[in-house]
Write a protein that binds this ligand. Structure first.
Ligand SMILES: *[C@@H]1O[C@H](CO)[C@@H](O)[C@H](O)[C@H]1NC(C)=O
Ligand SMILES: *[C@@H]1O[C@H](CO)[C@@H](O)[C@H](O)[C@H]1NC(C)=O
Ligand SMILES: *[C@@H]1O[C@H](CO)[C@@H](O)[C@H](O)[C@H]1NC(C)=O
Ligand SMILES: *[C@@H]1O[C@H](CO)[C@@H](O)[C@H](O)[C@H]1NC(C)=O
Ligand SMILES: *[C@@H]1O[C@H](CO)[C@@H](O)[C@H](O)[C@H]1NC(C)=O
Length: 212
């Protein structure tokens, strides 16, 4: 009976001990699991952030903007004009052209003919030789605008303007080309020139040069 009592008394103690051991082995496992869940959340957040950064960079790099182009200055050369019954205007304007490429790729453009307009009529032209602007760089070069009034079919307005001593001109050109982004990726882009200016015949200079 005593032995039985002892064994009965021991039994619960043994089971208690066993369950304690079980506790001891299970508890750290739960903590580690929780820690790994947090790890996973952090990793996921980092991965999403990384994806977002890559996406934004890809959007910026792969969607280049048209290069900016403008005339930074225009000087007057060989000005000849006639007043009265036979009005005429012959002048060469030397324009300093600025092309600004803000993209992460080189812009290469083809030979382009630009025009000089008097009102809506073409009075002159200018030639752009093919060229390139490196990534995030600005190029400057000179282009001659040859203005010849014999191109006009109607010179009545010109006659009035020559008498006033002021002739309004606009210059237009669309430099078409490719933006070379990665080794094998290129995208078509166009640099659009559109400038207005006033030729003062008295001072033989350009006034109010404005590009958009
Ligand atoms: C104007 O320029 C044209 C073409 O260069 C030339 O043929 C013409 O003689 C010039 N006119 C005058 C009056 O200089
Ligand atoms: C530019 O105009 C000239 C004629 O003045 C022509 O021979 C040439 O092909 C034109 N170039 C382009 C790129 O249109
Ligand atoms: C054009 O001729 C008128 C007189 O006929 C004169 O007053 C004017 O100054 C001349 N303009 C120019 C730009 O030579
Ligand atoms: C020329 O341009 C100026 C502004 O730049 C404008 O005030 C003027 O009316 C224009 N003249 C003509 C004849 O279009
Ligand atoms: C053209 O130039 C002359 C000489 O510099 C100046 O007196 C005149 O005011 C100018 N004309 C205009 C419309 O600005």
């Amino acid at each position: 009976m005593k032995e039985d009592d002892q064994s009965l008394a021991l039994a619960p103690a043994q089971t208690y001990q066993r369950s304690d051991e079980e506790y001891a082995t299970i508890k750290p496992k739960v903590v580690r699991k929780e820690r790994c869940n947090k790890c996973f959340v952090y990793f996921l957040a980092f991965f999403v952030l990384l994806c977002a950064i890559v996406l934004v960079l890809a959007l910026i790099v792969m969607h280049p903007r048209n290069p900016g182009i403008k005339l930074s200055s225009v000087t007057v050369k060989n000005l000849e004009h006639g007043n009265g019954t036979q009005p005429y205007l012959n002048v060469t304007l030397v324009a300093e052209v600025t092309i600004k490429n803000t993209n992460f790729g080189e812009f290469r453009y083809v030979d382009t003919n630009g025009s000089v307009l008097y009102g809506v009529m073409e009075i002159g032209n200018m030639k752009f030789r093919q060229g390139s602007v490196k990534a995030r760089e600005t190029n400057k070069f000179d282009v001659n605008m040859d203005v010849r009034s014999y191109r006009l079919q109607e010179t009545r307005d010109l006659s009035i303007d020559i008498n006033d001593g002021m002739v309004n001109l606009t210059s237009n050109a669309e430099l078409e080309g490719n933006m070379y982004l990665l080794k094998y990726v290129m995208k078509k882009r166009t640099a659009k020139l559109n400038c207005g200016m006033r030729l003062n015949l008295t001072s033989q200079s350009i006034q109010d040069l404005a590009c958009n």
